[in-house]
Write a protein that binds this ligand. Sequence first.
Ligand SMILES: *Cc1c(COP(=O)(O)O)cnc(C)c1O
Length: 374
Amino acid sequence: MNIPIAKPYLGIEEETAAAEAIRSGWVSQGPKVKEFEEMFALYVGAKYAVATTSCTTALHAALVVSGISTGDEVIVPSLSFIATANSVVHAGAIPVFADIDPDTCNVTVETIEKIITKKTKAVMPVHQMGLPVDLNQIMDLCKKRGLVLIEDAACAIGSEYRGKKIGGHGNIACFSFHPRKIITTGEGGMITTDNQVIAERLRRFRHHGMSVSDIERHTADKVIIEMYPEIGYNYRMTDIQAAIGIEQLKRLLFIIKRRRQISDLYNTELRKIPCLKVPKIPDYAFPNYQSYWVELLDTSPVSRDDLMRRLLKKGIATRRGIMAIHMEECYKKYYVPLPGVEHVTKNTILLPLYPTMTVEEQAYVIQCIKEVLQ
Ligand SMILES: *Cc1c(COP(=O)(O)O)cnc(C)c1O
């Protein structure tokens, strides 16, 4: 068997939609992006959605339009993909790394509150691997301390916090459509917000700071001379990508159902292995299982990396647990000891999970893990 860690779920519908966008002659940001944004906002329960080229550029745009700039401190988890912290640096600000609760792999109100200083301007919690943070507590803290809250929801489309989808809680939230996430447009991102002023600024910011959209100019019956009230970026999604995204959104219900079924079986079977700790899901969370992780306890007969090597020999791809940004060379000057993060990054492993994974494939993965660990 040859089992990958992940596989995007794409079909003939995406192929046809992309071809139609090409045939329409409108390939850059246009009517399909607008349609994708409207569908996305409706799906998560936000008033506005603004598409971008990636979640990284979405986070950067969100920070800048929220007024974050040079010298401001932004609290982020260290246990995250490096783009979380990079976006803060792109905005000229300073990432300050928070520890996590090893049970959820997420920051908590306590780990955030501990590192707030006079320079702190924003908090950027991550719903790691699609498991929502305890959002209400963090929202209360940000309100009390006057801090901007931006959710890094790269992995969290379709996840729910207290019965409401991530993106629908009134904050700015940023999503990713990289193939490693739940749905994909090749590359791509989306920002959701309930704030009209923020949404309008985001639309300008991703469009070179231009005062009119290409749709408005194209469909106008009189000449429009555009203006540039501020300096922006080119963070525009293409209509070809958005056409694919629209088809992907239609599959989301099925994708999440499958991911949860597969994760449930992993939970049931792997819980039986004494040296493994399966994810602990808090009552407030309905995760989409963007990734499935397990922790290797001290009693394991092999190291985490040995387990990965032995599984790869059997044709099973795995990944180390989520990285610890503060331990990377390029963030050396921001290093602080973070015991929760350092423990999780060293002792967890991500297992294969994708909607088309067969019963036989999963049984084989579970069998091989049992063979190595028992
Ligand atoms: C993947 C990821 C990103 C970056 O997303 P891109 O769309 O690839 O830019 C940011 N934050 C987190 C938590 C991620 O997992």
